[in-house]
Design a protein around this ligand. Sequence first.
Ligand SMILES: Cc1cc2nc3c(=O)[nH]c(=O)nc-3n(C[C@H](O)[C@H](O)[C@H](O)COP(=O)(O)OP(=O)(O)OC[C@H]3O[C@@H](n4cnc5c(N)ncnc54)[C@H](O)[C@@H]3O)c2cc1C
Ligand SMILES: *[C@@H]1O[C@H](CO)[C@@H](O)[C@H](O)[C@H]1NC(C)=O
Ligand SMILES: *[C@@H]1O[C@H](CO)[C@@H](O)[C@H](O)[C@H]1NC(C)=O
Ligand SMILES: *[C@@H]1O[C@H](CO)[C@@H](O)[C@H](O)[C@H]1NC(C)=O
Ligand SMILES: *[C@@H]1O[C@H](CO)[C@@H](O)[C@H](O)[C@H]1NC(C)=O
Length: 500
Amino acid sequence: MLSHDSKIIIVGGGVFGLSTGLWLARDGYDNITIFDRCPLDNGHYSPFAGCDGASADINKTFRTGYGKELHYQRLAIEARETWLAWNKEIKESTQAELPHGLTPNDKVLDLCGNIFLAEGPTLRDFYVDSLKSMEMSAPEFRKLQFIKGNPDDEERLRKINPKWVEKLHALDGINNNDTNGFIDVQGGVTLADKACTYARFLCQKAGVKFVLDSPQGKLRELLVEENGSQRKVTGIKTCDGLDHLADRVIVACGGWTATIIPEAHRAIEATAGTVMFVDIPKDRKDLWERFDSKNFPVWSYRRGQGDEYYQGGGWPITRDGRLKFGFRGRKFTNFEDHPTASNLRVSTPRTKYTSEPITTVPLYGLKLVKEVIGKAFPELAEFGFTDTRLCWYTDSIDNDFLIDYVPGYSDSLFICTGGSGHAFKFLPLLGRHVKNQLERVPDEFTQLWKWRTVEEGKVCNGLEQGEFGPRAMSRLHMAEPRDFKFTRESTTTTPLQAQL
Ligand SMILES: Cc1cc2nc3c(=O)[nH]c(=O)nc-3n(C[C@H](O)[C@H](O)[C@H](O)COP(=O)(O)OP(=O)(O)OC[C@H]3O[C@@H](n4cnc5c(N)ncnc54)[C@H](O)[C@@H]3O)c2cc1C
Ligand SMILES: *[C@@H]1O[C@H](CO)[C@@H](O)[C@H](O)[C@H]1NC(C)=O
Ligand SMILES: *[C@@H]1O[C@H](CO)[C@@H](O)[C@H](O)[C@H]1NC(C)=O
Ligand SMILES: *[C@@H]1O[C@H](CO)[C@@H](O)[C@H](O)[C@H]1NC(C)=O
Ligand SMILES: *[C@@H]1O[C@H](CO)[C@@H](O)[C@H](O)[C@H]1NC(C)=O
């Protein structure tokens, strides 16, 4: 039986682990330890300081529009309240009351607006649905969403602030302005590293203990006891050789989860999104100004089909002068031998921090990003891309999260992942539902986030493709530094040649 003095180990200190720790500790569970192999304390969740996970990032989109998926829309609107409350708490703190890495001037959510764009003149179905859902369940939020090219909407927007109209047109360069979509002035960007730093601090205040960095914070393997056909996880062994016993082990290791729980390879998969950076020189004040979040929103854009399919976006300039662009029209897999299960290959994150580091991205996505960005922002052509990153998603078979007991372990092992590229915004609330699932208290997400695996013969978000599918990185051309430069072809309107 789970009780408030049960010893709980959470492996992974990203948004799923943090939110779980916070909600459990605030509810009275008093023996919780979060293990993470990264120096999340000294590195403050910065991807440039040894923190290697999806949550350790600069900026992430905060949106409330979710098509017909009202439950996520509701959760996002509710999470927004907490994000704003956190902004307020931070602002009202003195420096001494805040953890390292945060100052009273920091925000965790910046409401710089979201723009959603798709090619062509007709409002995309997903946008129509998102606007309708909002109208139906949160009409006051719908009033703050404005359709591109609709004169009445533009007029309403101008009345709020002419700046918003400028922001709406900041992306007219995309697809020669042949785009449809809307701006949501209640969305924006979460400052991912700051947000995780703050959430970790709240966890500590609530009594959660942390064991960070390698080897002491890195799980080597689960401690499994076999009893006939039933297995039970009794704790974890860390890379310093120590055993840590626990009543429940919650694995929240993002893209690494299936390397720890072999059964999970049929439920979730690590896939890489392509992230490209353009560093703007200090003396280009014009561009620093143009891309500042005061003048420039978070945006996303979709177009095309098949090998031309583009789904990606961009963010305002960071404090270090970096523009970040993401591409997830196709996500890539990297199959390696499973570290503990024999005869099993699983997609495993490979980053600049892994034993075989990687500092480039598949040419496939890079070419598409270059084409879209090169045309939309010709003023960036002279710089080219200055850095790249693979960002590892944890996709479930249907993009819903995976939060449940793992079958076959007598309720000792719990899985908490499957962010599928959209969990960050829910950081303040995920743990509430993890706690419910852990206590087996049904709520509106119980069914949606339950344990489920690939069904034979069905399309399951790419998980069914395996190692020999078209997304396996081993079969793709990787970009060379010279490919980072913008070429004439990427800034003119020559159609892209599929080069695979
Ligand atoms: C490129 C990209 C862009 C995204 N954009 C958005 C967005 O705009 N908006 C949004 O809402 N969401 C976004 N997401 C999704 C969101 O970032 C993720 O859903 C979320 O951060 C996942 O958190 P996590 O806790 O599951 O995993 P992670 O943050 O990856 O955390 C897992 C942790 O486990 C640790 N770990 C792994 N193995 C071990 C081990 N053996 N021992 C100990 N610790 C271990 C890692 O060090 C890591 O800290 C994006 C994701 C990506 C990849
Ligand atoms: C947590 O649980 C462990 C193992 O049962 C126990 O040794 C330890 O004293 C507990 N800590 C607290 C604070 O209760
Ligand atoms: C882009 O199109 C919109 C209508 O959708 C129009 O209002 C705007 O002026 C156009 N921008 C440019 C730069 O032509
Ligand atoms: C093994 O399982 C049996 C039957 O479920 C149970 O009676 C027994 O106590 C278990 N043994 C251990 C060591 O857990
Ligand atoms: C994230 O974006 C905001 C604008 O919304 C920007 O002010 C901030 O500097 C960015 N974060 C970092 C780490 O640069």
